[in-house]
Structures are given as structure tokens and as C-alpha cells.
Write a protein that binds this ligand. Structure first.
Ligand code: ADP
Ligand code: TYD
Length: 222
């Protein structure tokens, strides 16, 4: 198969970082702070998110996160996440990595492995097959924010908003997701780092930056 998405699994000259964790674990906050810190150190950074991160993928995002909870079958939902991810890769991630930039992605394929592969549905085989066929890329480094589900739920509820198709499942659901992310970290020890997300924003942020600086020193020339 001739497919650029599989040409270089570690993603060109740049550095590909993802944040993962349950809803309200602090991913968006840390992704934004990290982008600011790296830009302040002279790095070119693309801060992006899933589902979304490119105009077409953002349109697919609305199909996924808005509306009735039973709107899609699990299989259709997996196809939509992969369609959004493929567009995101083509339009945003791959060009940025080819240009040597740091890509910070708020969720990536690990979210599909955990949400659709293990917790909302148990379709990990299908998730893995589609990933191999259509995506074929993993981040260089994945930061998993491990946050107490009760705390994350309170944070998420305080935030509010219209994107609630995946929220409101309660702490039992969030606990299963948390376990899923921890198992994933054990499956991919080379690229995954689990960080304690219960700490204050600035304390966690300092550790995130330290871990990323080490990864940059190993991969990207200054
Ligand atoms: P996620 O992207 O994982 O859903 P967010 O970064 O949006 O999480 O954080 C959810 C809410 O919690 C936001 O209102 C944010 O300001 C707040 N928050 C994020 N990190 C922390 C933290 N370490 N301590 C306290 N509140 C936090
Ligand atoms: P997101 O906006 O990142 O939620 P939050 O900021 O609350 O963490 O993602 C929206 C929802 O989509 C979230 O509940 C997780 C879910 N999701 C999946 O189920 N599968 C996926 O592949 C991705 C990327 C997200």
C-alpha cells in the first residue's frame, strides 16, 4: 500500500505529542500551557485537538459531540472518529511535522482505543484494524493525565457547555476510562508517561515541561 501516513511512524522531523486522560483531567489546560512555554523558548508549535483540528474534522466533531447519546452505533462512531483523524493528519499534523514543528494534540488514537475499544464499546479489534489501515501513526510522546474521576467530574461540570454527548455518565464510567488509560500506558511503555493530574495546574505544568524538554533533546535538533 502506498500511503504517506505510514511512511514514517514517528512523524517526520518534528515532535508529535499527545495528551490523554478522562474528561476534565486537565488535558486542554496543560496542552495550552505547554504550547505557551515552548513558544516562549522559540519553538514553533501547533496546538490542536481531537476530534477536530482541521476545518473538515471540526465539522465531523460536531456530528460526534452534539446531539442525542444514542445518535450513532458504536461502529459508525468509530468510522467518524477515524474520518476526522485522517483529515486532521492530512491537513494539520503531517504538514506541521514535516516542517519540523512541535505538534501538541489534545487526544489522539489512544482515546479511541479506550473509549470505543474498551469502555463505551468493546471493539478494540475493529479500532486497531482501522487505525492500521487509515492512520498508522503514533505520537512520539503521550502524556496521560491521571486524575481522580470525582475531581475530574466536578471540574468538567463546572466548565459547562453544549458538547455533552459523552458527558454525564458519572464517576463509575470515568473510573473505567481511567483504568483503560492506565492499561494503555502499560501496553505502550516506550511512548506513554502517566502524570498525577490531581495536583495544581502550575506544579503539573512544570513536570509536563520537564518531560517534554527531555523528549525534545532526544529527537529534535535545537
Ligand atoms: P480536559 O481537557 O481534560 O477535559 P480541562 O483542561 O478543560 O480538562 O480542565 C477542566 C476544568 O478544570 C477547567 O475548568 C480547568 O480550568 C480546570 N482545571 C484544569 N486543570 C486543573 C488543575 N490542575 N487543578 C484545578 N483545576 C484544573
Ligand atoms: P474532548 O473535547 O477532548 O472532551 P474533554 O475536553 O471533555 O476531555 O472530547 C470529546 C469527547 O469525545 C470526550 O468525551 C472523549 C470522546 N472521544 C472518544 O470517545 N473517542 C475518541 O477517539 C476521541 C478523540 C474522543
Amino acid at each position: 500500500m502506498s500511503d504517506w501516513a505510514h511512511a514514517d511512524p514517528t512523524g517526520g522531523r518534528g515532535l508529535f505529542l499527545s495528551f490523554e486522560g478522562i474528561d476534565g483531567s486537565g488535558k486542554s489546560t496543560q496542552a495550552r500551557l505547554l504550547a505557551e512555554a515552548l513558544r516562549g523558548r522559540g519553538r514553533e508549535v501547533v496546538l490542536t485537538r481531537e476530534p477536530g483540528g482541521a476545518p473538515g474534522a471540526e465539522q465531523i466533531r460536531r456530528l460526534l459531540v452534539e446531539g442525542d447519546g444514542g445518535r450513532w452505533s458504536p461502529e459508525t462512531e468509530i468510522l467518524l472518529f477515524n474520518a476526522a483523524r485522517r483529515d486532521h493528519l492530512e491537513r494539520t499534523i503531517r504538514p506541521a511535522l514535516d516542517a519540523g514543528k512541535v505538534v501538541i494534540c489534545d487526544r489522539f488514537a489512544d482515546s479511541t482505543r479506550v473509549y470505543q475499544g474498551a469502555v463505551r464499546a468493546q471493539l478494540r479489534g475493529l479500532v486497531d484494524q482501522l487505525h492500521r489501515l487509515m492512520i498508522g501513526v503514533e505520537p512520539d510522546l503521550t502524556l496521560i493525565l491521571d486524575t481522580d474521576p470525582e475531581l475530574a467530574l466536578r471540574r468538567g461540570l463546572a466548565r459547562g457547555g453544549a458538547e455533552d454527548r459523552f458527558e454525564g455518565f458519572g464517576p463509575g464510567f470515568a473510573q473505567r476510562l481511567r483504568t483503560g488509560f492506565l492499561e494503555l500506558a502499560r501496553d505502550y511503555p516506550q511512548r506513554c508517561r502517566v502524570l498525577d493530574g490531581n495536583r495544581p495546574v502550575d506544579v503539573l505544568g512544570a513536570e509536563v515541561l520537564a518531560v517534554v524538554e527531555r523528549a525534545l533533546a532526544g529527537k529534535v535538533r535545537p
